[in-house]
Design a protein around this ligand. Structure first.
Ligand code: BG6
Length: 465
C-alpha cells in the first residue's frame, strides 16, 4: 500500500549497533576466561588467529568513545558466558564481572542504552564436553549464569536478550559444533532444552530485574513461494513455520507451533519432555521480540527425490532445502551481495508485518547489515557507499513498517565495528568502524571511521529524517 505521509520514527527510537563477544573481544584466555566452543576451531595455515578478533577487550574505552561520537542510542553486545563462569557451571570469575561492569558503566555515562545478549553461539567448552545442550544440566547451568548476570548487571541493564539465533543453531549447526555435528533428532532435543533455558531466564528476570525487559533474538525472515503454484505456497508455509514460527510461538505462547510439531513427529525428531516442561514454557512471556533479519528466502515444493538439499550460493558450509519438505527456489527480482546473500529491503517490511501481526509485541531489530570486502584507501579512509545504500533502503522499509502499524522500538545494524564472521573470516566486514587487521596480519588494530559511520551519525541526529 502507498501512503501519502509516513509516520516518523518514535522520539525514543533506539538507533543502535550490534556485536557479539567472541566476534569482537579477543583476549579469549585472559583474566580467567574459560574456553568456549568458538575458541577451539582450527585456524587454517597462514591465517592469523581469529580468536584475537577485533581486540575490543583491550580497546573497550576507545570503542565506546566512537559509539558516543557516532551518537548511538543503544549498543547491543553479548556477554561471554566463559568470562563470567569459565567452565559454565562452576566458580564466578570476578575479572569477567569487572570487564562488563566497566563496559556497562561507560555506555551509560555516554547515554548509550546497553542491550545485552546472554548467549551468542559461544557455549562454554566444558559444558559442551559434558553433552552441551543435549544435557538438561546445561539448562540449569544457564539459569545459574542468568542469575549471576541479573544480580550483577540487572540494576543498570534494562534490555536483555536470552539466546541469539536459536533457530540458526538448530538449522545450521556447523558454526557452533566443533567436531561432530549432532543428528537432527538430537538437535531438536537441544532445541527443547534451549527453550527451557530461555524460559527460566525470562522468569528469573521478572524476579531480579526491577525494570528489566527480556526477549529472544531469533533470525526471522519471510519465506516466499517461488511461484503461485499451491504446492510452492505449502512448501513456503511449512518452512516458515519450521524455521521461524516454531521459535516465536514458543517464546510468546509457550507452545509448539502445530505445523512444526507435525514435522517433528513425521521425521521422528520430536523431543523427549519431562513433566512440568510445558507449564514452565507457558509461564515465560517475553516483553519484546528481537529480530535478526538479513534476507528473505524463496522456496519451491520438494521433489522428494534426494535432490532437495543443496549448498547455499556455492557456500558448501551452509546447506538449504530439506528432503521431503522444501527446496531452494530462485527469486529473479532480488540481487545478491558479493558473498551470495540475497538483498531484500522490502522483505524486511514483509517480515516485520508478519511478526507483528502474529504476536502484537514491540519489536527490536537486533541485527541487519551488509558483509563486504571493504578496502582501506590510500587517503586513509574507507568508502562504503554500498553499505550506506543497503542500510538506507532497509531503514526506509522499517519506516514503512512503522507506518503500517508495527511497534518497532529500535534498529541495531550488524555491526558496530568490523568483526570475525561466523564462518567467512575477517575479510567479510560489516562494521561502521574499520579495524586495521586482515586475515594474515594483525597489524595495529587501528580504528578507522568508514563513510557509513558519518552517514549513520546524521541519520541518528535527525532521527531517521
Ligand atoms: C547472524 C549472527 O546470523 O549473522 C552473527 O548472529 C553473524 O553472529 C551474522 O556474524 C552475519 O553472518 P556471517 O556468517 O556473515 O558472519
Amino acid at each position: 500500500m502507498f501512503y501519502k505521509t509516513l509516520k516518523k520514527f518514535p522520539d525514543d527510537f533506539l538507533w543502535g549497533a550490534s556485536t557479539s563477544a567472541y566476534q569482537v573481544e579477543g583476549a579469549y584466555d585472559e583474566d580467567g576466561k574459560g574456553l568456549s566452543v568458538q575458541d577451539i576451531y582450527e585456524t587454517p595455515e597462514g591465517i592469523t588467529d581469529f580468536k584475537v578478533a577485533s581486540d575490543h577487550y583491550h580497546h573497550r574505552t576507545e570503542d565506546v568513545k566512537l559509539m558516543a561520537e557516532m551518537g548511538l542510542k543503544a549498543y547491543r553486545f553479548s556477554i561471554a558466558w566463559t568470562r563470567i563462569i569459565p567452565d559454565g557451571d562452576g566458580e564466578v570469575n570476578t575479572a569477567g564481572i569487572a570487564f562488563y561492569n566497566d563496559l556497562i558503566d561507560e555506555l551509560i555515562s555516554n547515554r548509550i542504552v546497553p542491550i545485552v545478549t546472554m548467549y551468542h553461539f559461544d557455549l562454554p567448552l566444558k559444558l559442551h564436553e559434558k553433552g552441551g545442550w543435549s544435557s538438561r544440566n546445561t539448562v540449569d547451568a544457564f539459569e545459574r549464569y542468568a542469575r549471576v548476570l541479573f544480580e550483577n548487571f540487572g540494576d543498570r541493564v534494562k534490555y536483555w536478550l536470552t539466546i541469539n539465533e536459536q533457530n540458526v543453531m538448530i538449522n545450521h549447526p556447523n558454526a557452533m559444533n566443533p567436531g561432530t555435528i549432532p543428528s537432527k533428532k538430537e538437535l531438536y532435543q537441544q532445541c527443547h532444552h534451549m527453550f527451557l533455558a530461555g524460559a527460566k531466564a525470562v522468569i528469573l528476570c521478572r524476579q531480579l530485574c526491577k525494570d528489566g525487559k527480556i526477549g529472544p533474538a531469533p533470525n526471522i525472515t519471510a519465506i516466499y513461494p517461488e511461484t503461485c503454484a499451491p504446492a510452492d505456497v505449502i512448501a513456503a508455509d511449512d518452512w516458515e513455520s519450521i524455521r521461524c514460527w516454531l521459535y516465536l510461538d514458543m517464546a510468546v505462547y509457550g507452545r509448539y507451533n502445530s505445523l512444526a510439531w507435525s514435522y517433528l513427529e513425521e521425521k521422528g525428531y520430536a523431543p523427549v519432555m519431562e513433566p512440568g516442561d510445558m507449564e514452565l514454557l507457558e509461564k515465560a512471556k517475553p516483553d519484546y521480540l528481537g529480530v535478526n533479519y538479513y534476507a528473505t528466502a524463496t522456496v519451491s515444493a520438494s521433489r522428494n527425490d534426494g535432490t532437495d538439499c543443496q549448498p547455499r550460493g556455492g557456500d558448501q558450509q551452509v546447506m538449504i532445502g530439506e528432503e521431503g519438505v522444501y527446496r531452494a527456489g530462485q527469486n529473479r527480482y532480488l540481487e545478491k551481495t558479493e558473498y551470495g546473500w540475497i538483498v531484500d529491503s522490502i522483505g524486511l517490511r514483509v517480515t516485520l508485518r508478519r511478526i507483528y501481526d502474529r504476536y502484537h509485541m514491540p519489536l527490536l531489530i537486533t541485527e541487519n547489515g551488509l558483509g563486504a570486502r571493504d578496502l582501506l584507501s590510500e587517503d586513509g579512509s574507507v568508502h562504503d557507499p554500498y553499505r550506506i545504500d543497503y542500510l538506507k533502503r532497509h531503514f526506509e522499509q522499517a519506516q514503512m513498517a512503522i507506518t503500517d502499524g508495527v511497534d518497532l522500538i529500535g534498529y541495531c545494524p550488524w555491526s558496530f565495528l568490523d568483526l570475525v564472521s561466523t564462518h567467512q573470516g575477517y575479510g567479510k566486514r560489516y562494521g561502521f568502524v574499520y579495524v586495521d587487521r586482515d586475515e594474515s596480519d594483525l597489524k595495529d588494530m587501528r580504528r578507522i571511521k568508514k563513510d557509513s559511520f558519518y552517514w549513520y551519525q546524521k541519520v541518528i541526529r535527525s532521527n531517521g529524517i
